[in-house]
Design a protein around this ligand. Structure first.
Ligand SMILES: [Zn+2]
Length: 103
């Protein structure tokens, strides 16, 4: 299965795919209406909102740390100087706990 290279979302359904550019696939949430790729900040905020909407009991700072960890694991963001990806990341335990709750 393929994943969005910017947020890691699994792309099980064709309608979840926003743009396919050879090996580079972005989900529909990581692009704008004009098909341009969202900025790191926009994708980061979208990820935090997703966690807080799906898991309302989650602490906002923990959601931010988990999104930061997730995005920093993706090769797409490696070597790019993005302020929102600097700072504290969730621990492996915290990350596993959140991912487990997402089911
Ligand atoms: Zn995405």
């Amino acid at each position: 299965m393929k994943n969005c290279i910017a947020c890691g979302m699994p792309l099980e359904n064709i309608e979840d795919i926003g743009i396919e550019n050879g090996e580079d696939i972005f989900c529909k949430y990581c692009i704008r209406d004009d098909k341009s790729i969202k900025t790191c900040e926009e994708i980061f905020d979208g990820g935090v909102n997703f966690f807080l909407t799906t898991l309302p009991e989650l602490d906002k700072s923990l959601a931010e740390k988990a999104v930061r960890k997730n995005m920093n694991l993706l090769p797409y963001w490696k070597g790019k100087d993005n302020e929102c990806l600097k700072g504290e990341e969730a621990s492996d335990e915290e990350f596993q706990m959140i991912m487990g709750r997402l089911g």
